[in-house]
Design a protein around this ligand. Structure first.
Ligand code: SAH
Length: 349
């Protein structure tokens, strides 16, 4: 049988592995393969993006959601969630604060909230586009019609994050209620790409029922789909969801998969996520060392941060944005990196 270390070497050399090779690389991982992949992925990140880490200002503008994903703390069935919506003016104030702090990407993220019609969303995107012509606008608003995606693109949005959550249909059905459809989500990703967005997909590590085969399908899907960005983080349980008693995903496996992703798609934008920073105190720093090159600090008003809880114990819910930047600057410096003040577009063609 091929050793995991020789497969890691093959991955570093060829930037590709078959499904069965990835299976062995994950299932039979050792401290040795972990160290080797981290070193190789860190070197590729350094070679392509240098020691500059891109920052994205995350504006969590609504926690109302019409969906009922079993893992998510803002699912519609969670009647303990205290719901809020930001106004267009609130959102623009977040952008103003963020721009002054050096952010050149704004990420609007929220639940699927029917209050925000296309008309309202287009107006928000247009206002940000007009006010900040030098900045990228990223949307993370879940599933919408092709027509809505197009209208938002034409209004000035550049990027769209829509995690596929899992590339295995049966596993998707384990994580979502029957009215949510795997094929529809995948179709959304195709449409977003065809419209011209820079697209991000992604998945949780250690979500209930996830097998190594599922992870292999995620990686093979990503290699073929070639997204500009891939967001991954550990599944973390939320006390008011059906998955309250499910074990959390680990930082260890998340870091390992970050390294594999960096080697599979060298130019991809890879965030060291807040969930990773929640699972381990130094998770984001270790994420950078493992090959990540993006961090997404919170730009939401402090007054709503504790209400946008997708999982328990989320970090960075008490600080002002300026404090977050100071903290992250120090954290990144501890691993030899600086925060970059620019749009940080993907180098993937
Ligand atoms: N409504 C938008 C934004 C979702 S929140 C959408 O559907 O795309 C962004 C991501 O957080 C989700 O895609 C999911 O992968 C992740 N997430 C949700 N609940 C989580 C949990 N309990 N633990 C870890 N990540 C979670």
């Amino acid at each position: 049988m091929t050793s995991p270390l020789s497969l890691a070497e093959k991955l570093a050399r060829t930037h590709d592995l078959s499904g069965s090779e990835l299976h062995t690389l994950i299932a039979d991982r050792t401290d040795e393969t972990r160290a080797y992949l981290q070193q190789q992925a860190g070197a590729v990140r350094e070679q392509i993006y240098g020691s500059r880490v891109f920052i994205r200002g995350l504006i969590e503008f609504t926690n109302y959601c019409k969906n009922n994903c079993y893992y998510c703390g803002i699912r519609r069935g969670n009647d303990k969630a205290e719901r809020y919506r930001l106004t267009e003016d609130d959102i623009l104030a977040c952008c103003a604060e963020g721009h002054a702090l050096g952010f050149r990407t704004f990420v609007l993220q929220g639940g699927e909230d029917p209050f925000f019609t296309d008309e309202k969303l287009v107006s928000i995107v247009r206002a940000i586009r007009q006010g900040y012509p030098d900045s990228a606008i990223t949307l993370s608003l879940g599933e919408h019609s092709e027509q809505s995606y197009r209208a938002l693109f034409e209004a000035g949005a550049d990027r769209y994050l829509l995690r596929h959550e899992t590339a295995t249909k049966a596993h998707y059905a384990r994580l979502h209620p029957p009215e949510m459809d795997f094929d529809r989500r995948m179709t959304c990703l195709e449409q977003l790409k065809a419209i011209g967005y820079q697209v991000g997909c992604g998945f949780m590590i250690g979500s209930p029922g996830q097998t190594v085969d599922d992870l292999v399908r995620d990686l093979r899907f990503i290699k073929t789909f070639r997204p500009h960005m891939v967001g991954i983080g550990p599944f973390l349980s939320h006390q008011d969801t059906p998955f309250r008693d499910q074990p959390n995903g680990t930082a260890e496996l998340t870091l390992y998969l970050l390294s594999i992703l960096r080697l599979l798609l060298p130019e991809v934008l890879l965030p060291a996520t807040t969930a990773l920073g929640t699972a381990a105190g130094d998770g984001r720093e270790r994420g950078i060392l493992a090959g990540a090159n993006v961090v997404m600090p919170n730009l939401s008003p402090v007054s709503v941060r504790k209400k946008y809880l997708l999982y328990d114990k989320k970090i960075c819910t008490g600080e002002e944005s300026a404090q977050c930047i100071g903290c992250l600057t120090r954290r990144m410096a501890s691993v030899g990196c600086t925060l970059a003040v620019d749009r940080g577009d993907s180098l993937l063609h």
